[in-house]
Design a protein around this ligand. Sequence first.
Ligand SMILES: NC(=O)c1ccc[n+]([C@@H]2O[C@H](COP(=O)([O-])OP(=O)(O)OC[C@H]3O[C@@H](n4cnc5c(N)ncnc54)[C@H](OP(=O)(O)O)[C@@H]3O)[C@@H](O)[C@H]2O)c1
Length: 260
Amino acid sequence: MKNILVTGGSSGIGLAIADLLTKEGGYQVISLSRSQAKIERALQEKPGLKGKVDFIKGDVSQPTDCKGIFDVINEKYGKLHGLVNNAGMLTAGGIQDIGFELWKENLDINLNAPYLLTQTLLPLLINAKGASVVNISSIASRVPGRSIAYSVSKAGVDMLTEFLAGELGPYKIRVNAVNPGLVETHLHLDSKVVPSQEVYQQMLQKSEPKYPIGRIGKPDDIAEMVHFLLSDKASWITGSIIKVDGGTTVFNEILPKKLS
Ligand SMILES: NC(=O)c1ccc[n+]([C@@H]2O[C@H](COP(=O)([O-])OP(=O)(O)OC[C@H]3O[C@@H](n4cnc5c(N)ncnc54)[C@H](OP(=O)(O)O)[C@@H]3O)[C@@H](O)[C@H]2O)c1
């Protein structure tokens, strides 16, 4: 049995990862997030995960919580075969919109937390003698998106990934990042980037034509890649930053839309 910690495993992409790994078998998923309300929402969306996923509570951006998470996993499992740094937040706007406190909060959750958690859990990852760390970044790390704080934090996650892959390879720890395009989750509504479900659906519809594959992403699209990167099938892949984005970053509006 491989023990995998998925941060933000109570919603969206993290929940899909928890669900897929549990269905595949051979994985004990530990899901880490802050609010009980989202854990309950997750169990309503995926009732089959009750009693199978170990839902624990904590804030990834807080050093004391990270130490507490180390203690819990160390005591219960003794080693960690996989860490998916997935928890994230998004505040829309540029330098004229985002005040310093919100800037810091985005950087704390999206970038400082993967650093802190990986550092804190390193002894448990080393104990696994062949662990995999997957950082959920974004295509916004490559192309400025809706938020300066988000794009900058995700660009940092990509470099963190490359640096750690070089540093931790000798411990047989692989480190990779996934850059999703737009995926339908609770992120934009929970982070109040959009005011309502109606506006969110309009945003998805407006974005769809920019996806050559013809649709917005589903959380399962990302979960499949994460599952592969956690598995031994990816044993020679490290330091890679992999787009899973329906082709939106290669979208070219001057090309004809469809072959007749
Ligand atoms: N959806 C997209 O279009 C998209 C695109 C590219 C990349 N991504 C990335 O994918 C990742 C997952 O996003 P999602 O779309 O699945 O969002 P989501 O549905 O809003 O889920 C976010 C999860 O993170 C948890 N979380 C947030 N802050 C936390 C903290 N400080 N400590 C612990 N847990 C925390 C949330 O639970 P609590 O609030 O209860 O803690 C929730 O479980 C993020 O890193 C995001 O940047 C998303």
